[in-house]
Design a protein around this ligand. Structure first.
Ligand code: UD1
Length: 417
């Protein structure tokens, strides 16, 4: 297990830049399967999840090469419509091959992902949406098998909840379906909008991405394309919180502050000074944050992927904060680890009550997932003394050079592989 060692107390200062969004790249990697040829994605981070998705593509028959943050994806004419259990288990986003493989091959075999650290996480909306486009599904021995008898046909799909993954899987199939598909109550996340930009560059006809109603006019074929991936708002938000929690002053560049409107507003409420330009944001942290309430919601609501980091900040607030997690059923697993550092937090179903304490004190903790791992590192930056964060490889799934970037901002932090 990789371990990160932090000695807390340094106020971070300086400039840090962010790369393309993990949650956009992964979808664009599978989208490339829709058209043979050489695709190019720019601004791609070197992170473990991109490597895992490259393995999924390799199983399907495509190759991915990442050099200098440019990912070249070479997709052959013939591909294998299958994703195996070990890869799907390691990364749920693998399930997004369903749409492209059904569209390209008329059939698919994908191991059904189980639950994970964030809860049961079913894919019923993915399946139901694709069914409406003409797919027959059967579950055999833990493998989801899909067949399209007579080509995909556009349909009107109403989602119960604006699921990011379900919207993407339906979109990825609809681009090559006959006729028009309308997705109602679609997710509006910037990464989904960016997927539509890439698909349109490939020759798709999508309008309304970024709003609740997405319209897709199917086209017979798509072509390979080049695209620059949208900046990672969660990476940017994490460095903003790093400035806030250490009472530091950090400029995060290469980001889109507009994608962090709600989260930056909450940082201001917590007492941070926030200034933003078109592609940068400066955050000046207070000596001690104010208590703030928030509730996670689909975009443009407060991002669930920034919830643990902001809870780490509120752990040292002057006052009591109440937060509500509306997206996942089990996102509070890291609270026990934060409590080891001295945080005073109680949870009840999807609510957490955070009674701010003046000091945290360093100790060994374990990262349960990517974002909670980042949150524990941020808390350790504030804590007195020495902390070790084990299972640090979780953090490598979502952040390129997290430790190096924090060290360059003045943190006392080391990575032990
Ligand atoms: C994506 C992001 C993840 C982020 C989440 C919400 C990627 C790779 N991951 O995950 O980092 O936290 O969006 O912004 O982009 N659900 C169902 N049935 C379904 C689909 C979803 O019940 O068919 C539930 C999930 O269990 C979860 C909630 O809906 O509780 C949100 O899921 P969804 O928006 O689909 O998130 P992901 O696409 O999995």
């Amino acid at each position: 297990m990789a371990e990160i060692v932090v000695t807390g107390g340094n106020a971070l200062a300086g400039n840090v830049s962010v790369l393309g969004a993990k949650n956009a790249v992964l979808k664009q990697q599978v989208a490339a399967l829709l058209a043979p040829g050489k695709h190019m994605l720019e601004n791609v981070p070197h992170i473990a999840d991109v490597e895992l998705m490259s393995e999924v593509l390799s199983f399907v028959g495509a190759t991915c090469e990442l050099e200098d943050h440019t990912l070249v994806i070479d997709v052959p004419d013939d591909i294998t419509p299958e994703a195996p259990l070990d890869l799907v288990r390691q990364m749920r986003a693998s399930i997004l091959v369903l749409g492209p493989l059904l569209a390209r091959c008329g059939q698919v075999r994908v191991a059904l992902p189980g639950g994970d650290d964030l809860g049961a996480r079913p894919i019923d909306m993915h399946i139901e949406g694709l069914r409406q486009l003409g797919v027959d599904f059967e579950l055999r021995h833990g493998v989801l098998e899909g067949h399209v008898a007579d080509g995909l046909v556009g349909a009107e799909v109403h989602l119960d909840f604006p699921s990011v993954g379900a919207t993407e899987n339906i979109l990825l199939a609809a681009v090559l379906a006959r006729g028009e598909t309308v997705i109602e109550n679609a997710a509006r996340e910037p990464e989904l909008e960016d997927l539509a930009v890439f698909l349109n560059a490939m020759g798709a006809n999508i309008s309304g991405a970024g709003t609740s109603t997405i319209r897709v006019l199917g086209v017979p074929t798509l072509n390979a394309a080049t695209h620059r991936v949208v900046p990672d708002r969660i990476e940017a938000g994490t460095y903003a919180v790093a400035a806030a929690i250490t009472a530091g002053e950090v400029v995060v560049s290469g980001c889109v502050p507009d994608h962090l409107r709600m989260e930056l507003r909450k940082l201001q409420d917590a007492g941070c000074r926030v200034e933003a330009g078109e592609d940068w944001v400066r955050v000046l942290g207070p000596k001690r944050p104010n208590a703030v309430n928030f509730a996670t919601l689909p975009f443009p609501g407060f991002a669930t992927d920034l919830h643990p980091q902001v809870v780490a900040l509120l752990a040292v607030a002057d006052g009591t904060s109440v937060i509500t997690e509306n997206v996942y059923e089990a996102r509070f697993k890291y609270i026990g680890e934060l409590a080891r550092l001295g945080a005073d937090i109680s949870t009840d179903w999807q609510h957490a009550v955070i009674r701010g304490v003046p000091f945290l004190s360093g100790c060994p903790v374990m990262a349960p997932d990517i974002r909670a791992g980042a949150a524990l590192i941020l808390a350790a930056l504030r804590a007195e003394g020495y902390s070790t964060i084990s299972a640090a490889e979780h953090v490598d799934r979502g952040y390129e050079g997290f430790v190096d970037k924090l060290a360059a901002l003045g943190a006392d932090i080391e990575y032990h592989a």
